[in-house]
Design a protein around this ligand. Structure first.
Ligand SMILES: Nc1ncnc2c1ncn2[C@@H]1O[C@H](COP(=O)(O)OP(=O)(O)OP(=O)(O)O)[C@@H](O)[C@H]1O
Ligand SMILES: [Mg+2]
Length: 250
């Protein structure tokens, strides 16, 4: 059977990326790239270093401007307005905070910006930071910052969550907790775009995987279907596709 439950299959896309191109100076990083994220699914974006995963996420968030093509998020065209951003939570690369503030202050500030209300202690508990919410963030470890970045991304209950390498700096317990938390969030109706280099991890977290190579999604599959088909060869299969086409060398 396929990895996505029947109820998730035919819903409207939460994100639609259509024939998108993006260049930095003369170097084209994203080329004619198209894919969709469906409601309630975890879509795992895999690609080698420099494949363009972060760039693609920034384009979806409107943090970078595309050269051509079209992206819609929650039915709104990116670049045509910002209303959709209050329904999106994100953590791109390493989360940045005002170091002299503590986690409670940072989350409270974020809620004000988003015009949302939520229980800060509940969120800190969810990400494993309860008890250190009053400590200045400059005294946090890398993994603690990552957990706070996730808290900030989810506290306003967004419909779409975009997480760029969220496992960076997490210990094995943190990785297991993150996996469980992402499952809980999708059960509540959240849709998630997740990037990672760790094939094994994304295999256990995502419903579908898209492989970004040569600036485009060269392969997309249901994780469960592919895992059943490949068995122990799953990782080798994915690696063979990830490295097949490196943009600039073709
Ligand atoms: N602001 C920028 N200006 C110029 N080039 C950039 C910029 N950001 C990224 N690039 C280039 O675009 C390409 C894709 O970078 P990007 O960060 O999107 O890749 P990535 O898949 O996220 O890589 P990683 O796995 O290392 O995080 C790289 O060649 C990078 O050097
Ligand atoms: Mg990146």
């Amino acid at each position: 059977m396929i990895g996505i439950p029947e109820t998730r299959k035919e819903t409207n896309p939460i994100v639609e990326v259509l024939s998108v191109c993006k260049s930095y100076a003369s170097s084209e990083v994203i080329r004619n790239c198209s894919f969709q994220i469906r409601e309630g699914e975890i879509y795992g974006l895999l690609g080698v270093n420099g494949a363009g995963k972060t760039t693609l996420m920034k384009l979806i968030l409107g943090l970078q401007k595309l050269n051509s093509g079209r992206i819609t998020v929650l039915g709104q065209e990116v670049g045509a307005g910002w209303e959709y951003l209050s329904e999106v939570g994100s953590m791109i690369e390493v989360p940045v905070f005002y170091g002299h503030l503590n986690a409670e202050e940072i989350l409270s500030m974020h809620l004000t910006l988003m015009g949302a209300k939520a229980n800060i202690a509940d969120t800190l508990k969810l990400v494993g930071l309860l008890g250190v919410g009053g400590k200045p963030v400059e005294k946090y470890s890398l993994g603690m910052r990552q957990r706070l970045g996730l808290a900030r991304a989810i506290i306003h209950a967004p419909r779409l969550l975009i997480l760029d390498e969220p496992l960076n700096g997490l210990d094995p317990l943190g990785i297991a907790q993150m996996r469980e938390l992402l499952r809980e969030l999708t059960a509540k109706g959240m849709s998630i775009l997740l990037s990672s280099h760790i094939i094994g991890e994304i295999r256990h977290t995502a419903d579908r995987i898209g492989i970004l190579s040569g600036g485009e999604i060269v392969k997309e599959f249901s994780v469960r279907e592919k895992a059943e088909e490949c068995g122990e060869g799953f990782e080798d299969y994915v690696i063979s596709i990830m490295g097949r086409k490196v943009y600039g060398s073709v």
